[in-house]
Design a protein around this ligand. Structure first.
Ligand code: ATP
Length: 140
């Protein structure tokens, strides 16, 4: 089985979407092996999203991601990484509502930035992101 890092972002937690998202997670055959509710500080967000540091939206992303609690989860199933990315849908929640109406971002997201959930995009980023938040024995 494969593991991926999923996160319910501040807009998702504040909008009370955690339960409906977890229901979709279980319904889609994932198990949640680790779970942690925490508030990210700006430094942690900058480090987590370091690949976007030069983008024009980075300061806004840092502010948004540190604006309230997030729910961080390790999801496990066969093909977890791509299956979770498919379940959450495209980055822009407004586009998701048109092209992927059953996706989590279509249901819970607000716009291009406030898209309610995160998912690792490759085995390398899944490993990096799981070990970023949890101990190394969780990442296998
Ligand atoms: P994530 O990495 O959170 O799963 P993603 O892989 O779909 O999302 P990325 O391109 O890695 O998207 O961007 C990371 C996050 O930065 C997005 O989820 C979104 O919240 C925000 N973001 C991306 N592009 C923009 C943009 N052009 N304007 C504002 N915010 C953006």
């Amino acid at each position: 089985k494969e593991k991926t890092l999923a996160m319910i972002k501040p807009d998702g937690v504040a909008g009370n979407y955690s339960d409906v998202i977890k229901t979709a997670i279980f319904y889609s055959g994932f198990s949640i092996t680790q779970e942690m509710l925490l508030e990210l500080n700006e430094e942690t967000v900058r480090s987590f999203y370091a690949e976007h540091a030069t983008k024009s939206f980075f300061p806004s992303l840092v502010q948004y991601m540190s604006s309230g609690p997030v729910l961080i989860m390790v999801l496990e199933k066969v093909n977890a990484i791509s299956d979770w990315r498919n379940l959450i849908g495209p980055t822009d929640a407004n586009k998701a509502k048109v092209t992927h109406p059953n996706s989590i971002r279509a249901m819970c997201g607000l716009d291009l930035q406030r898209n309610c959930v995160h998912g690792s995009d490759s085995p390398q980023s899944a490993y990096r992101e799981i070990t970023f938040f949890f101990n190394k024995s969780s990442s296998g």
